[in-house]
Design a binder for this molecule. Structure first.
Ligand code: ADP
Ligand code: MG
Length: 198
């Protein structure tokens, strides 16, 4: 992972969040308080502001610093959760594989959120993603994209039992989870960079 890679990952992540901010807030208006697009945009624009400094750091330190920024800049539940994800990915150790890093990150989200897959959250994208990559697929990029999309779509039928959407009880059924959508967007952005598409 070179500084050019880190810069491209930051740009691709921030761009997809910016391009879909309105959609993320609309999803959150249906089952939450309507701020997920604003929260994510605020966090990722703050990371873009640190782009030059982040790109000079080793991957571990860059992930930890970006995670801290999300924790500090994002008011909603998603900030500390995505922040924990990135910080734990950055603490996996410099020899950690990408899958090991992701595993550490997902564990941190589970702990921070006291949540598990099936509760209609970002974990319904992140855990299937991790499972798909752990299976050692022939085409990890395609497998990651497919797992993220399927995980997102599966949230539609789920009843939320964590976060604000849980206040709606059964009325949360029939809507995509906003955090699962932002996770799927970020997975596709990372895949685009790894494929050299952006
Ligand atoms: P808030 O709910 O504080 O307004 P956001 O709207 O930015 O924060 O983020 C909402 C998203 O955060 C949800 O769609 C869900 O994916 C995720 N989320 C909320 N609580 C949890 C939790 N305990 N564990 C995992 N993810 C959660
Ligand atoms: Mg919200």
């Amino acid at each position: 992972m070179t500084s050019a890679h880190i810069g491209r990952l930051i740009d691709a992540a921030a761009a997809t969040i910016r391009d879909h901010a309105e959609e993320l807030s609309a999803l959150d208006r249906a089952i939450g308080d309507g701020d997920h697009g604003i929260n994510m945009s605020r966090g990722f624009e703050a990371i873009v502001d640190q782009r030059a400094a982040l790109a000079e750091l080793p991957l571990d330190a860059a992930l930890q610093k970006a995670g801290m920024t999300l924790v500090m800049k994002v008011g909603g539940a998603s900030g500390p959760l995505y922040g924990s994800l990135l910080m734990a990915m950055g603490k996996a150790g410099e020899d950690a594989s990408a899958v090991d890093r992701l595993s550490e990150g997902v564990d941190a989200v589970r702990k921070r959120g006291k949540s598990a897959p099936g509760e209609k959250t970002m974990l319904d994208v992140l855990v299937p993603l991790l499972d798909a990559l752990r299976a050692g697929p022939a085409d990890p990029i395609a497998a990651a994209r497919q797992a993220a999309d399927a995980g997102l779509e599966a949230t539609r039928a789920m009843q939320a039992t964590k976060g604000r959407a849980s206040f709606l009880g059964e009325r949360s059924v029939g809507h995509l989870d906003p955090g699962a959508r932002s996770s799927a967007l970020l997975v596709h952005a990372v895949c685009d960079v790894l494929e050299g598409r952006s």
